[in-house]
Design a binder for this molecule. Structure first.
Ligand SMILES: C[S@@+](CC[C@H](N)C(=O)[O-])C[C@H]1O[C@@H](n2cnc3c(N)ncnc32)[C@H](O)[C@@H]1O
Ligand code: SF4
Length: 274
C-alpha cells in the first residue's frame, strides 16, 4: 500500500504552478473545419476552454511562458480574442497554430493582429487547397504580420512541399521560420537524418548555417534527446527539423491538461492519440 502511494506520487505529472517547460501547448477546442487523415487529434474530444479556466492557467504559470494555441482549430474558439487578451495581460507570449482556413477572411486577420502580439504558425500541409493556404499567407502579410511560421509534416512522398516553402520564403519577407517534422503516429515515419537529407537538397544552407541555435545536444544546461535541431540558416530564416516520434521526453515543450491542471511533455501527450 505504502509502495503504491509512493509510486503514484512519483508518476504524477507536475502541476501548472510548477511548470518546467519553456513552450507550452494548449488545446483551445477540439472543433475543426478540416479532417486531415494523419491528424493525431481526431479522437481527442474536449470542451472549448472557458475564459475562467484559461485565466486560472495564465495566473498559475510560474513564469512568463511561450503559449501555443492548438486544438482542433484554435481559430474557431468563439472567444479566441478574449483568450489572447487574457494571456497578454499576464505577460505570456503567444503563437497560434492554424490550418489557415479562418485567415482567408481579412477582417479576421485584422482582429487577431489588434489583439496581438501573436506569431501565426501556418500548417502548410493541412487538408485544404494550396490557394486557401496562400490566400491566408497573403492576408497576414497584408495585415502587417512581420513574423510568420510555416510548418509541414514530411512523409517521404511530399518533397514538393519543401520546394514550395522555399519559394514562399523567397517571396514573402515575413516568413522567418520554417518547421519540418515527421508523422508522430506512423511507425515507418522518416527518421531525423532522412528528413535532413530531403530538406538540405532544397535548402543547402542547412549544411552551412549562419548559426546553430539548438544543436540537439543540450539546451539551457539540460541534456537534449537529439531529435530536434534549430538553425539560423540565413540571416532572416530559422529552420527547425524535428523527429516528433522520438522526442517524447523533450524538456522544452509541454502540454497543459486543463482538466486536472497538470503539464506533460508535449510529444508524450499527443503520441498516444490518433
Ligand atoms: C493538431 S494541429 C492543431 C492546429 C491546427 N488545426 C492545424 O492544423 O494547424 C497542430 C499541428 O499538428 C500537426 N499534426 C497533426 N497530426 C500530426 C501527426 N500525426 N504527426 C505530426 N504532426 C501532426 C498538424 O499538421 C499541425 O501543424
Ligand atoms: S491537423 Fe489541424 S486542421 Fe487537420 S484535422 Fe487536425 S486539427 Fe484539424
Amino acid at each position: 500500500m505504502c509502495f503504491i502511494m509512493i509510486y503514484n506520487k512519483k508518476m504524477k505529472e507536475p502541476e501548472i504552478k510548477e511548470n518546467p517547460f519553456h513552450q507550452i501547448y494548449i488545446d483551445l477546442t477540439s472543433t475543426c473545419n478540416l479532417n486531415c487523415p494523419w491528424c493525431c487529434n481526431r479522437q481527442h474530444v474536449i470542451p472549448d476552454i472557458s475564459l475562467n479556466r484559461f485565466e486560472e492557467i495564465c495566473k498559475t504559470l510560474p513564469e512568463r511562458t511561450e503559449m501555443r494555441f492548438a486544438g482542433g482549430e484554435p481559430a474557431l474558439h468563439p472567444k479566441l480574442l478574449d483568450l489572447m487578451d487574457i494571456a497578454k495581460g499576464y505577460g505570456h507570449f503567444l503563437t497560434l497554430i492554424t490550418n489557415t482556413v479562418e485567415f482567408n477572411d481579412i477582417e479576421f486577420c485584422k482582429k487577431v493582429k489588434t489583439h496581438g502580439p501573436v506569431v501565426v504558425s501556418l500548417s502548410m500541409d493541412s487538408l485544404t487547397s494550396d490557394s486557401t493556404k496562400l490566400n491566408a499567407l497573403e492576408n497576414l502579410v497584408d495585415t502587417g504580420f512581420h513574423r510568420l511560421v510555416l510548418t509541414a509534416t514530411l512523409t517521404g512522398e511530399n518533397t514538393d512541399i519543401i520546394q514550395w516553402l522555399r519559394e514562399l520564403y523567397e517571396y514573402y519577407k515575413p516568413v522567418k521560420y520554417i518547421h519540418f517534422r515527421n508523422i508522430i503516429n506512423e511507425d515507418n515515419a522518416l527518421t531525423f537524418s532522412e528528413m535532413v537529407d530531403q530538406v538540405a537538397e532544397i535548402f543547402p544552407e542547412w549544411e552551412n548555417p549562419h548559426r546553430i541555435v539548438r544543436d540537439g545536444k543540450e539546451h539551457n544546461g539540460k541534456k537534449c534527446c537529439g531529435y530536434c535541431q534549430l538553425r539560423q540558416i540565413t540571416p532572416d530564416l530559422r529552420m527547425l527539423i524535428l523527429d516528433a516520434r522520438r522526442a517524447s521526453n523533450c524538456h522544452l515543450r509541454g502540454y497543459i491538461n486543463n482538466k486536472d491542471m497538470t503539464v506533460n511533455t508535449f510529444f508524450n501527450e499527443i503520441r498516444g492519440r490518433s
